[in-house]
Design a protein around this ligand. Sequence first.
Ligand SMILES: Cc1cc2nc3c(=O)[nH]c(=O)nc-3n(C[C@H](O)[C@H](O)[C@H](O)COP(=O)(O)O)c2cc1C
Length: 360
Amino acid sequence: MSQLFSPLKIKDVTFRNRIGVSPMCQYSSENGYATDWHMVHLGSRAVGGAGLIIAEATGVSPEGRITPGCAGLWEDGQIEPLIPINAFIKQHGAVPAIQIAHAGRKAGAARPWDGGTHLKIEDGGWQNIGPTDQAFDDTRIWRAPVAMDLAEIKRVQKAFADAAVRSLEAGYELLEIHSAHGYLLHSFCTPLVNTRTDEYGGDLHGRSRMLRETVAAVREVWPENLPLAVRLSASDWVAEGNQIGENVQIAIWLKELGVDIIDCSAGGATPLSRTALSGVVTDQIELADQIRAEAGIATMAVGGITEASHAEAIIAEGKADFALLARELLRDPYWPYHAAMELGIDKRQVLPEPNAFFVG
Ligand SMILES: Cc1cc2nc3c(=O)[nH]c(=O)nc-3n(C[C@H](O)[C@H](O)[C@H](O)COP(=O)(O)O)c2cc1C
């Protein structure tokens, strides 16, 4: 029996299988508002058979977006266009989820296909913020952030909680907090960026305070019966950075705060770190395995998963509870259906009736 296609219940939410769409920025929002593109992008992957659809990094404040085209949930009007998208995803058997995010010192850049570098203010960029005033680099993500004071920290934590409330109103059933890839919450956690000397810096407990307080604020408003996930950069891939051991400890603290799942990505803190998109290496899956075993919490594995047999093995060997795919699901929104055929699963488990009736 396939483990990849076995249902899973976490809190009051049942996932039909363990295949998840990894969050992917679409750079196709208008002032943070979802467009028809999002209905097609997310909806087609629900029709394709995924059990979990995680919508892209969604800014909790305007300056928390990576680019001007990124999604947002900083005002109530942004809820409305998301409601039919989530209803459609549910109608076709998948669980709609969202990743709420603040891009920190990396915010205010051009879309990747427009170069991805920081934009000048007159070209549509904006002032970024971070744990310190150090820029990411000199040439690409070059703008020096304003180092956040206590009032700024509290403002951003409240923005995360407010975005969580809006996420619920929009119909999401799983909420993920983005603390990976060098964006704001991860940049506080890693010693590669956070050199603060106040209570938000110093040792691992101090550096993770921003994340822990944000999670606590979100858990207060996100219903107890719905799952809460956090995406970590589970290794910085740099000797002076956080290793898997530090992230196991963070996962233990997050579990105590009511987090249900750790989504295990990696990298992205500085130009020296590997990025989350590094080739087709699959070593991040071992990070999910270790966090699951040592922190005793459900995990999502991601990075370089393209084969049904590989995804099946990750779940069957107990390395993770979900296999997330990003680029392979861009290539093929029907990947879950194709995986089901390969693993001998009834097509009706993954395809809606108007498709299942006609195809083998
Ligand atoms: C177009 C694109 C957009 C992405 N946007 C996000 C994002 O919004 N949030 C995030 O945590 N990761 C983002 N990622 C990283 C993916 O979620 C995933 O972790 C990474 O692509 C590795 O998985 P893969 O090998 O299956 O592509 C993005 C990746 C791609 C290709």
